[in-house]
Design a protein. Structure first.
Ligand SMILES: Nc1ncnc2c1ncn2[C@@H]1O[C@H](COP(=O)(O)OP(=O)(O)OP(=O)(O)O)[C@@H](O)[C@H]1O
Ligand SMILES: O=C(O)C1=C[C@@H](O)[C@@H](O)[C@H](O)C1
Ligand SMILES: [Mg+2]
Length: 164
């Protein structure tokens, strides 16, 4: 059984939908950002501000490797995991990659108190422009997140039938 890997923009629903899926199918859920924070015993914003993005990206790759060794799991990746092709190669070895495609309009409508990145719609559009082709290119399956989350969970499970 392949792992299920969710990619997509910050705020597109990877963690929430990934966790809900894991409740419905016999898979464990791992959030790659949380996994990294727990292993490093630090928060990502602190790593970004003290050592910078490049150092964070090295850690991200290291822990994606770790996670990819596990089986029958759902991985919610960080929004920037697609920035390194190496990450995708690692994840594809035993995983099926799903791009959760949610509009920037919907993402920016949310009240993201602890996520300044998502409150700045210009920044979101900039990230979207930089990454949309990567999300599309690396996806085995593209799922639109444009309905109630339970509907989306069912949509993913149905689409995955026979593919894992
Ligand atoms: N289809 C939807 N309907 C309503 N709310 C949604 C939907 N999809 C996602 N959300 C909400 O959007 C917010 C962001 O979702 P979530 O935290 O799962 O995104 P994420 O992709 O994991 O973001 P990040 O990359 O920042 O970790 C959450 O409050 C979630 O409940
Ligand atoms: O979009 C990004 O580049 C990021 C998204 C988050 O999930 C974290 O992985 C980190 O804050 C970087
Ligand atoms: Mg998340």
């Amino acid at each position: 059984m392949k792992n299920i890997v969710l990619i997509g923009m910050p705020g597109c629903g990877k963690s929430t939908i990934g966790y809900r899926m894991s409740q419905k199918i016999n898979y464990s859920f791992f959030d790659a950002d949380k996994y990294l924070e727990e292993k490093e015993n630090r928060i990502i914003s602190d790593i970004f501000s003290k050592e910078g993005e490049e150092y964070f990206r090295k850690l991200e790759t290291k822990y994606l490797k770790d996670l990819s060794k596990k089986e029958q799991i759902i991985i919610s990746t960080g929004g920037g995991a697609v920035k390194k092709k190496e990450n995708i190669d690692i994840l594809k070895q035993n995983g099926i990659i799903i791009f959760l495609n949610r509009t920037i309009e919907d993402i920016s409508k949310e009240n993201h108190e602890n996520r300044p990145l998502l409150q700045n719609v210009e920044n979101l559009w900039k990230l979207y422009d930089e990454r949309i082709n990567l999300y599309r290119k690396y996806a085995d399956i593209i799922i639109k997140n444009d309905d109630d989350m339970n509907v989306i969970v069912e949509r993913i499970i149905t689409t995955l039938k026979g593919k894992l």
